[in-house]
Design a protein around this ligand. Structure first.
Ligand code: SF4
Length: 388
């Protein structure tokens, strides 16, 4: 154990974040890939040492919540036996690489990901949240995933190194990409990191020269269902019972983490192969499922800043959404689950829930002081005075 992170920093497994319901232990499987054996081993570890719920994060990591401090060393030992623990917190923090889940065997992505990881581990100290996206499928799909440097493709299929904040990149051969990344990391360490150790590439990239190739148009990632020769299996709010992960391990040769509250199972093209058919509810493979358009943070009682619970309300209201309508339920004005505006945003406050349209959490509301029943009436359309 090396200490706990405070909220706002970038927690890991060796430096977990303290939360109201215990420690949050964030696991970064190498290249975002879990083997079936690792998935089967994670489930009992989460059940024994945590709250038995696993969370998928927006940076394609996996979290175990509700870990008592006293249980942390034993959990780390169990995860280490599964090959999921780095040798030290510095390595864990530097290995901040998100990889497109849609790579194929033999397309070079895994080798390139390993080479880029080595470069990141040997780079000068960088800000805690500094990250790289390896997005080298046929079209970029990680455009909405935060990253300071992207490796993606141009319109001709050539590999492109693109600093965040620039609309252009620099074409590189796959064998050149690690050295090109190293040079960019060195430049950023000298020009982009402040005395406080913070900084983002998007704020420094205007000082870069020699980036002039346009990236390929980004693809909107599919929310759930068959995609790219496999199956995107989403889970509501990115949370699943640990036993569900173990059951999914029986369905595929690999489980790839994505930043979209979903796992990608390469080679699985039929939903009937999934354990939902065997009695594990909660998996989403229908791209029109309204829960895919519903965001909700931890809320009460897990977050001490929450004024009310969020996910049970969001789940109940999702059934009343119109096609395409997006809902965000936030436990406070911070809006952790969805920083962008949503069609309908419900923010809990001391006076009850506030409802705003086309707004972020905490924006001036359309209606205030609402309870769950009033919200249901509004979304269901039975409140004729203010139809939504
Ligand atoms: S939005 Fe507020 S209540 Fe929800 S997790 Fe963030 S801080 Fe907690």
């Amino acid at each position: 154990m090396t200490g706990f992170e405070i909220r706002g920093h970038c927690p890991g497994a060796l430096r977990p974040m303290a939360s109201a319901d215990g420690l949050v232990v964030r696991i970064r499987p190498p290249l975002g890939v879990l083997t079936p054996a690792q998935a089967r081993g994670l489930a009992p570890a989460a059940q024994r040492f945590g709250s038995a719920v696993l969370e998928l994060t927006s940076r394609a990591n996996l979290q175990i919540r509700g870990v008592p401090e006293a249980a942390h060393p034993a959990l780390i030992a169990a995860l280490s036996d599964l090959g999921l623990i780095d040798p030290d917190p510095a390595t864990e923090r530097a290995r901040n690489l998100v990889v497109t889940p849609f790579h194929r065997d033999g397309d070079g992505t895994a080798n390139l990901g390993r080479a880029l990881t080595e470069v990141m581990l040997s780079a000068p100290p960088l800000p805690a949240k500094f990250g790289v996206a390896l997005d080298c499928g046929t079209a970029p799909v990680l455009g909405a995933t935060p990253a300071d440097i992207r490796i993606e493709r141009d319109g001709t299929g050539a590999l492109l190194l693109r600093p965040d904040g620039l609309n252009h990149g620099r074409a590189v051969l796959p064998e050149e990409a690690p050295d090109a990344l190293r040079a960019l990391l060195d430049w950023f360490a000298h020009h982009g990191v402040g005395e406080d150790g913070r900084g983002r590439m998007r704020d420094a990239a205007a000082g870069l020269c020699g980036y002039d190739t346009l990236p390929a148009p980004a693809e909107v990632p599919p929310g759930a269902g068959p995609a790219h020769g496999g199956m995107l299996v989403a889970v509501p709010f990115g949370q699943m019972p640990a036993e569900t992960l173990a059951a999914l391990a029986d369905a595929a040769d690999e489980l790839r983490l994505t930043p979209w509250r979903a796992l990608f199972l390469p080679g699985v093209t039929c939903a009937s192969a999934l354990p939902e058919a065997q009695g594990k509810p909660g998996l989403i493979t229908d791209p029109d499922d309204p829960l895919l358009r519903t965001h909700a943070c931890t809320g009460a009682p897990g977050c001490p800043q929450a004024h009310a619970e969020t996910r049970p309300l969001a789940r109940a209201l999702a059934a009343h959404l119109r096609p395409g309508q997006q809902l965000h339920v936030s436990g406070c004005a911070k809006g952790c689950a969805h920083p962008a505006p949503a069609d309908l945003t419900i923010t809990a406050g001391p006076e009850g829930y506030a409802l705003a349209r086309n707004a972020r959490a905490g924006d001036p509301p359309h209606r205030n002081g609402l309870d769950a029943r009033a919200l249901t009436s509004l979304l269901h359309g039975t409140d004729d005075a203010t139809p939504l």
